[in-house]
Ligand binder design. Sequence first.
Ligand SMILES: *Cc1c(COP(=O)(O)O)cnc(C)c1O
Length: 413
Amino acid sequence: MVFNSSIHYLNGDLYIDAISVDEVANQVGTPTYVYSLKRVLENYNRLKTAFAQLDTHIHYSAKANSNLAILKSLSEAGAGVDTVSMGEIYRAIQACVDPQHIVFAGVGKTRQEIDYAIQQDIGWFNVENVLELDYIQASAKAQNVEAVNVALRLNPQVTANTHPYISTGHGGAKFGLTAEVIEGILEKQAKYPNIKFAGIHLHIGSQLGDKDATIQAVEKAVALIQPYPQIRTINMGGGIPVPYHFDEETPSIESFAQSLVPLLKDYAVLLEPGRSIVADAGILITEVQYVKQQAGQTFYITDGSMAELIRPSLYQAHHEIVPVKKSDGDLTVNIVGPVCETADVLAKDRVLPEMNVGDKVVVMTAGAYGMVMASNYNARLRPAEVVVSADGESWSVARKRETLEDLLRHEMH
Ligand SMILES: *Cc1c(COP(=O)(O)O)cnc(C)c1O
């Protein structure tokens, strides 16, 4: 059985490229994230090809997964990085990303973060507040930087067809600026002599269910910047959807790109995909600690929990669960973690083989918004991250499992 070009069964054992998942688990322990760099690069190249008709540059959205190995390999393939904090800018620079290929977005950038980003000479600010422009102007002037590239983020007041927690482009959201405010800013550009208003930015949400809202938003953006010929760049944000169910169809990026070509052909286009590059390149390996029968249900209690992967608890997100070794028997089970929260359920009512203590199960499509949202809740140690090399033949630990000492590192004791 094949899940995607990198993740498949071979003689009943789960593999990620040429690497046995069981072998990684035996050597590194569980819970552990494993990422296929091959699949990451394939997803990146597929996007690049889909948008090849436009003058496109891809900025990978680091918030989906900011492991240095992933940032490095995407940067070597030509991607820039979209960041939302000083920490992400720092990570991108540590991964040798050219600062000119770093975009800094976010609704609440602090003055310290703005100073840092200008000092690092990053390529773009996506701006979401009028006051933020004053800070950028003051910081650029103080640091003798002649022109900081700004893309104003339009809140296009469209409602994306997605989960309410990841929808950002509707009128009531905290994100972006209204068209009226953007017009007001562009009329008063002289107030900001050290800022170059060169772009417009959009990001209406994540896991977008159809292309209609995006097209509407792009149309609004194009109409808005028409009178300002210096605005040559449209940053489309991210949001390209990923299937989380085995039988799910998501709109193809090729058709999505095709419908945008006529609208965007006269502009430089920036894309900020996160999920669509890393989600299906990653898995989370866990081990069954207990099998419990209660209230007519069967629970597989694993060493993976909401502390390692919060998406099911936070968004009621669906992740497929598969055994590392195929075996017989069908049982409807709940896969839960050990955290003291009723919400600590990785998956409900799934059909899995009958499993025993010590068997391993994998959470699929866990490469995006997984490890980056992991916490030390319940004083749990954050898991190890393993990467499989771009040729698919070897693997290495990209981030060690935390230790008990790590838990106390910043405490005065
Ligand atoms: C989160 C985010 C992205 C990435 O979204 P995906 O759905 O992961 O592609 C891109 N741009 C901005 C501004 C974001 O906040």
